[in-house]
Design a protein around this ligand. Structure first.
Ligand code: ZN
Length: 166
């Protein structure tokens, strides 16, 4: 399973809800965990492997055993805005401080279609918010300060030249 890089159009499209009758859902989630770990990431959303589906995984430690699979997630944010450095497996090499709410309540389904709910803060909340954005077609540079957007403009152009959408 290959990670797709910016500017692949699938990354800026709103993903569609997962139908639990869909074949290969478990296989997709397992493949995503493998791809995330191979790339030393802590989260990965289905659009990042070319599937425009509302599914992401989050692993605070980057370990497969800690990977939380979230299907058709809904989030509610609270708390105060906090700044944290982020990167993205679809934009390797780019890092920036991003401000997001500190707390998140997540309601989602596992791959078997069982609902679960989680309230969290810190790194896991940060990963969930970053990955949820992927399902909305939002990339982390959309949330950077204007100064950081200016700073990474050359990097984005390099990605645009190297990874032309097919
Ligand atoms: Zn990302």
């Amino acid at each position: 399973m290959e990670i797709v890089y910016y500017p692949a159009p699938v990354l800026t499209r709103r993903a569609t809800a997962v139908d639990f009758g869909r074949k290969g859902l478990r296989r997709l989630a397992e493949g995503m965990v493998e791809a995330m770990c191979a790339a030393h990431g802590v989260g990965l959303a289905a659009p990042q492997v070319g599937e425009s589906l509302r599914l992401f995984i989050a692993s605070e430690t980057g370990e497969p055993k800690d990977a939380l699979v979230c299907v058709n997630p809904q989030i509610t944010v609270s708390g105060s805005p906090v700044e944290m450095e982020e990167g993205c497996l679809s934009l390797p090499g780019i890092r920036a401080m991003i401000t997001r709410p500190s707390h998140v309540r997540l309601e989602a389904f596992d791959v078997a279609g069982e609902p679960f709910c989680l309230e969290t803060e810190g790194l896991l909340a940060r990963i969930i918010l970053h990955e949820y954005d992927h399902l909305e077609g939002v990339l982390f540079f959309h949330r950077m300060t204007p100064a950081d957007q200016m700073r990474i403009r050359g990097d984005l152009r390099a990605f645009e030249e190297q990874f032309q959408p097919r």
